[in-house]
Ligand binder design. Structure first.
Ligand code: FES
Length: 138
């Protein structure tokens, strides 16, 4: 319930994407803990935002078709928390994000790195409830 939009700087680099700190209120957490992030309308199409969900940095993307994807914010190649600031695109049928560091491309649906099949990022669940974007880890 308490999601705050803002720019609390993550430990890494300069930020040009907003970082959202979402704290699940104790007592509302269920086995299926969904954490509200922000209003759907706050998300710009084809742009990512970084959200902190239970201490985990998540990159949430709204695509042109209105669909949402959530993957780990950490770029496994550089170790930097930057994927929310990556370039959104497609490769074949796959909606993708390219790391702003070394440009590896990840499938937003599976987290798989399309440039190196041995690498992937975690995929998280994301949905809209009453106009609010919610994320569940795992
Ligand atoms: S240097 Fe931080 S995202 Fe580009």
């Amino acid at each position: 319930m308490t999601a705050t939009l803002g720019n609390p700087t993550p430990a890494t680099t300069g930020t040009d994407a907003p970082t959202i700190t979402a704290t699940a209120t104790t007592g509302t957490a269920t086995a299926d803990a969904w954490t509200p992030i922000c209003a759907f309308d706050d998300l710009l199409p084809e742009r990512g935002v970084a959200a902190l969900v239970d201490g985990v940095q998540v990159a949430v993307f709204r695509l042109f078709d209105g669909s949402l994807h959530a993957v780990g914010h950490r770029d496994p190649f550089s170790g930097a928390y930057v994927l929310a600031r990556g370039l959104v695109g497609t490769r074949g049928n796959a909606p993708t994000v390219a790391s702003p560091m070394y440009k590896q491309v990840f499938d937003l649906r599976t987290g798989a790195c399309l440039d190196d099949p041995s690498v992937s990022v975690p995929v998280h669940r994301v949905r809209v409830r009453d106009g609010q974007v919610e994320v569940a880890l795992g």
